[in-house]
Write a protein that binds this ligand. Sequence first.
Ligand SMILES: NC(=O)C1=CN([C@@H]2O[C@H](COP(=O)(O)OP(=O)(O)OC[C@H]3O[C@@H](n4cnc5c(N)ncnc54)[C@H](O)[C@@H]3O)[C@@H](O)[C@H]2O)C=CC1
Ligand SMILES: O=C(O)C(=O)CO
Length: 325
Amino acid sequence: MVVIARPPVVINQIGSFLTPSLAEFGARIEVVAGERECTAPWDVGHADILLTAPASAWRNAPLHPTQAWQRHGPRWVQLASAGVDGFPQWLLRGRTVTCGRGDAAIPIAEYVLAAILLRAKRLDAIAPDGPDGWLQAKALPPLGSLAGQTLGLAGYGAIGRAVAARARAFGMRVLAWRRGPWDHADTDVQPVISPEALIAQSDHLVLALPLTAQTAFCVNAALLARARTGIHLINVARGGLVDQDALLAALDRGQVGFATLDVTTPEPLPRGHPFYSHPAIRLTPHLSWTGPAVGRNLARRIAENLNRFLGDRPLLDVVDADRGY
Ligand SMILES: NC(=O)C1=CN([C@@H]2O[C@H](COP(=O)(O)OP(=O)(O)OC[C@H]3O[C@@H](n4cnc5c(N)ncnc54)[C@H](O)[C@@H]3O)[C@@H](O)[C@H]2O)C=CC1
Ligand SMILES: O=C(O)C(=O)CO
């Protein structure tokens, strides 16, 4: 059986984890690195299983698959990312696709809480350089608090749950809006029925939704007009959820007080884009997912799924690539 980890970034970042993990978790499979098996970078058609890095690695892929892919191609594609958007259509269509949902939920939740704490406590803005500066800083208005503030979650999956648990520990009121029914286990949050109800009540709004045909541009001028004045928008999901021009306008008129953006469209934004220099935007280069345990979580998941695949058991986190989640 041929398992291809593609592109080399997977082999470097995950493959080095994977080979020992495979043995550790008892998976019985040979992992074949890209160059030795592939005649061209996109030629992965002879794989039985494809393990792949996030969509950005496929940005320049051809629009059509190779003949080998059409004739044979893997039965199963395991994504390293939680997001299913942005891959070439031919890569996922007609295959069993599984994703890395939840592998980075804890670092992302910590990033969200760090953004909220920075906003409330202003530690990055207080740096007296002598006794006069000390006295001036002492005279500033009191620091803010998370306790009693309202956090809104758009999306209540792996990331939403991890954020909610931490926000509750700080005494925040947590509201959430998501697709689908709620169950008794969701006691950390108060469900709301629409994004309008969510944004109207939130001091901080966290986007933790997949990018799909239904969610694209869901944060648009009409929604932002309903926002609680001065709201802090935190996007850790996908840039395509937000109409960036509408966000800029809402920031400039003060409806949105601040935006913490780990994701944008495109990535990176072009040189000179107003987001780079806007005083009310903190921009980070799509790194909220990074953390010491993420590679290991992913390797563990892949090894578990390989064992399940070989044992003909249901795979973890199968996604419908056509629907985008
Ligand atoms: N910045 C980064 O590094 C990362 C970004 N992400 C992004 O975050 C997204 C969410 O990740 P997870 O929480 O792991 O996914 P998940 O699948 O566990 O949760 C997604 C949530 O969104 C809700 N949802 C889906 N479609 C909806 C709709 N049309 N309307 C309302 N709610 C809807 C679902 O019901 C669920 O509550 C991923 O799809 C990915 O795009 C994920 C990991 C890392
Ligand atoms: O897992 C994801 O979807 C990410 O965006 C991480 O790169």
